[in-house]
Design a protein around this ligand. Structure first.
Ligand code: NAD
Length: 316
């Protein structure tokens, strides 16, 4: 199978390099961040650490959208929400009818943009519960021991296809621990609600996931956000793949045991002066509420809270 990763950032590198190392797949990468591309070319690859250790130089095939002329079976898309429209526009000349697109980006907004280039039956979504940090240009850290993290994947049509089974097998070999779901929206929303708690609160208060969950009121705060999100989803007719109680346990487990030392990617963006994806996470939950006669007061407030934190960070 041939994969081309659009967005050789933290997650794109993790998926692409693990596929390149553990499967027969051919993997190419496309990126547009010039300092990153220049560094990778200058050093002859990407420096990859595994849980902060064993830093090794891994060669990769990296192109800008304008240089690339490959024809993969599967596009793996891992941009930040705000960058995606522009990047897809730059890659548009490469998209063909026989190809499929897979993306496990956080939040909601990417599938509408991807659907401008791929029919619904050729779009596969995912949710990745794993932590990866781009330390800087040409340098990435796959947090967690080998095989850390889990992911769900699902066709946008909810139907399991042969190509999905083939991607699943490759992801499995690559130690990404995939599970196939049969409910696209319910799967995506469960991750959005998770992120609306952990990413958002850790970012606003500039703390790790472990520090957040060690606060005695953390579960109450999480439950309030979960309840509000589930109330909005119920009004919109969206059933999540987790119950409210399971969602709370997932927040607790991943923060306390999974990645206690990790600052979520939203914090990493803010701390580097980049915009966060909050509008696509808490902002999206609030939008679902607004569209269904329900005000998600806490999610509305936290969307502002993160934007205010982005601003406050600039003053420090
Ligand atoms: P990333 O920021 O590392 O990379 C995304 C793109 O941004 C890449 O093209 C990269 O080259 C570029 N980029 C990185 N730093 C930049 C800078 N300073 N200026 C300009 N461009 C820059 O993003 P990611 O962490 O790989 O996230 C991709 C998607 O996956 C997001 O939706 C994210 O929420 C989601 N996600 C991330 C993680 C994680 O642990 N990193 C886990 C699960 C899901």
């Amino acid at each position: 199978m041939r994969y081309t990763v659009i967005g050789a950032g933290a997650m794109g590198l993790r998926y692409g390099i693990l596929l390149q190392e553990h499967t027969d797949a051919h993997v190419d990468f496309i990126d547009a961040w010039a300092p990153h591309i220049d560094k990778i070319r200058e050093q002859g690859g990407v420096y990859v650490s595994r849980d902060h250790e064993n830093r090794q130089l891994i060669p990769i095939n990296l192109y800008t959208p304008e240089e690339y002329d490959g024809d993969p079976d599967v596009w793996i898309i891992f941009m930040k929400q705000m960058q995606l429209e522009d990047m897809l526009g730059r890659c548009a000349h490469l998209f063909k009818d026989h190809q499929v697109a897979f993306s496990a980006m956080n939040g909601w907004g990417h599938f509408e943009k991807i659907a401008q280039y791929f029919s619904e039956d050729r779009i596969y979504g995912g949710t990745a519960l794993v932590a990866t940090v781009l330390n800087g240009p040409g340098d990435v850290d796959f947090i967690g021991k080998s095989g850390a993290g889990t992911m769900h994947m699902c066709a946008m049509t909810n139907k399991v296809t042969d190509i999905e089974k083939a991607i699943f097998e490759d992801f499995k070999q690559a130690n990404l621990n995939p599970e196939i779901s049969d409910d696209f929206k319910g799967m995506c929303m469960a991750k959005i609600v998770f992120n609306s708690v952990v990413n958002t609160l850790c970012t606003m208060y500039q703390i790790t996931m472990g520090q957040f969950i060690s606060y005695p009121g953390a579960r109450d705060m999480a439950m309030q956000l979960i309840n509000e999100a589930y109330d909005a989803c119920e009004r919109a007719g969206i059933k999540l793949i987790n119950t409210r109680a399971e969602e709370l346990e997932s927040v607790d487990y991943v923060s306390r045991t999974g990645n206690p030392l990790h600052y979520p990617s939203m914090y990493q963006d803010m701390s580097r002066g980049r915009k966060t994806e909050v509008d696509y996470i808490n902002g999206y939950i609030a939008k679902i509420g607004r569209e269904h006669d329900y005000v998600c007061r806490t999610h509305e407030f936290l969307t502002h809270g993160v934007h205010l934190a982005e601003l406050a960070f600039q003053y420090h």
